[in-house]
Ligand binder design. Sequence first.
Ligand code: GCO
Ligand code: CA
Length: 253
Amino acid sequence: MSTFDLTGKTALVTGSSRGLGRTFAEALCAAGAHVVLNGVNADRLAQTRDEMAAQGYAVSAAAFDVSDEAAVRGAFDRLDAQGHSPDILVNNAGIQLRRPMLELSAADWQRVMDTNLTSAFLCGREAASRMIAKGGGKIINIGSLMSDLARATVAPYTVAKGGIKMLTRSMAAEWAGSNIQANAIGPGYMMTDMTQPLQDDVKFDSWVRGRTPAGRWGRPEELQGAVVFLASAASDFVNGQILYIDGGMTAVL
Ligand code: GCO
Ligand code: CA
C-alpha cells in the first residue's frame, strides 16, 4: 500500500462547503478517504455534499458552528455514533475581515479570533481525545502567509493565523507522544472566492505578481498534494511544522 493512500480513513474538513476547504476535501477523497464535510450553513453544505457525491466522492455532511464549544462536542458525539470519528482533522474554517484596526470593533476582532483560531482548538481537542484512544491520528491546521508576515488592514486574521502556527506546535508538544502528527499548511495568494476582491483590484493583483517569486497567484489544486502528504503515513515523522505553499513569497524579499 503506498504511504500516500488514505483508504479506510475518515477525514473531517471544517469549512468545506466551498473554497480551499472543498479543494482539500476533494483531494482527501481522491486519496481514498471518506470525508465528512462541515459548514455552518446546512443548505449550502447539503448542496456541496450532493455535488461531490454525484462526482463519485465518498462524502457525508455535518453542519455545525466550529466556534461553539457545545456544538463541536455534540457534532463529534454524533460522528462517533455514525462510525465517522475522524482519523484526520483539517482545521480549515476561517473568515477574512479587511479593516484598519482603528476602525475595528472588539466584536469584529473576537469574531475572527473565534472562527479562525479558537475553532481549531475546540475541534482539535475533541479529535485528539478520540485519536489518542485509537492509537494516533493526523491534524492539519490551515495557516496563511499571515502566520509569518503581516500586512495592513488584516490584523485579526493575521493574529489568528499566527496563533494557528503556534497552536500547531503546542499540539505537537502535547500529542506527538500519542502518535498524533499535527502540522500546518500556509497557503500563499491563491485564486479563491476569499481573495476574489484582491484579484479584481488591479493594483493589488500587480503587487502580488511582483512580490511572489513565481510571478503569479496560486491555484487551489496546488495545495492538494501537501494536504494528502500531511494526512498520510508519508508524514508520520513530521510534527509541529508549517509548510508554506506560496510561490516563494515568505522566503524571498
Ligand atoms: C489578504 C488575503 C490573505 C490571503 C491568504 C494569504 O487580505 O491579504 O486575504 O490573507 O487570504 O491568507 O495566505
Ligand atoms: Ca519566517
